[in-house]
Design a protein around this ligand. Structure first.
Ligand code: ADP
Ligand code: MG
Length: 261
């Protein structure tokens, strides 16, 4: 292993504008430069509408940059998506209600035109604690269980890059904490470059190697914080004074920048 892992992900001067129905356009992102190392866990914080989901959608190959370049492992995002090396759990990628939990988790095999590896499906269901619910429909699950099923689905083809857009937003605090611990365990078990968009400063600090804070209109990277806590992280780290100091610092960075310009 080289001492410094290569860049898995690179955004160079990426801007993205959307044309609106009235003919005007909105600049969602302006000049984003970002590199993420192979196996790194990056969390993205920022106010609503600052372009966090747009960053993830560009990396997933679901949107094209208006200018600048997005590369994953030196290739265009669409190449990686086509090779099924990307795992995606977005708010708008809901489970299909007419399929069982196991069928939902196995869906990427169908999309990739590959035979379903039932042992792997069972392994992923066990990993996210849903082995007893394999035949249940999504409507029979709690919100937290549905999120776990989405994450199992995102991981089923053993992706190189995992993109999570506010995956735990709808969960109560206790379930969310539990999911954070689970996600850390899943991430630690393999080399998995992960981008997590979250509204929770605690969640970002507990999970990430590095955090970027974005600011809106147009979306830019305001600051970057290297998270100092050793791994594996125990939830007890949340109660340390160093953790609280970083929560304060990041919360302040997230406050509206009045009179900034
Ligand atoms: P966030 O995820 O940080 O809340 P988004 O990336 O969803 O922000 O959106 C950033 C900005 O781009 C917002 O102003 C949003 O309204 C705009 N936007 C995003 N997607 C579209 C779209 N498909 N068409 C028009 N505007 C869009
Ligand atoms: Mg969003």
């Amino acid at each position: 292993m080289p001492p410094v892992p290569p860049d898995a992900l690179r955004l160079d001067a990426v801007s993205k504008s959307f044309r609106l129905d009235d003919g005007s356009s909105v600049t969602a992102l302006d000049g984003i430069d970002l590199t993420v190392r192979e196996g790194e866990f990056l969390a993205v914080l920022g106010p609503s509408g600052c372009g966090k989901s747009t960053v993830l959608r560009l990396i997933a190959g679901l949107e094209e940059a208006s200018s600048g370049k997005v590369q994953i492992e030196g290739r265009a995002p669409a190449d990686l998506a086509a090779a099924h090396r990307l795992g995606v759990a977005f708010q708008d990628h809901a489970l299909l209600p007419w399929l069982s939990v196991a069928q939902n988790v196995a869906l990427p095999y169908k999309v990739a035109g590959q035979p379903v590896d039932q042992a792997r499906v069972a392994e992923l269901l066990a990993l996210v604690g849903l082995d007893k619910f394999r035949d249940a429909r999504p409507s029979q699950l709690s919100g937290g269980m549905r999120q776990r099923a989405s994450i199992a689905r995102a991981l089923i083809l053993d992706p190189d890059v995992l993109l999570l857009d506010e995956p735990f937003g709808a969960l109560d605090a206790v379930t969310r904490r539990h999911m954070n611990v689970e996600l850390q365990r899943i991430w630690s078990a393999r080399t998995l470059t992960t981008l997590l968009v979250t509204h929770s400063v605690d969640e970002a600090l507990f999970l990430a190697d590095r955090i970027i804070v974005m600011t809106g209109r147009p979306g830019r990277i305001l600051r970057e914080v290297q998270v100092p806590f050793p791994r594996p992280r125990d939830p007890a780290v949340l109660r340390t004074s160093e953790f609280h100091a970083l929560v304060d610092e990041l919360t302040l960075a997230l406050e509206p920048q009045e009179a900034a310009q």
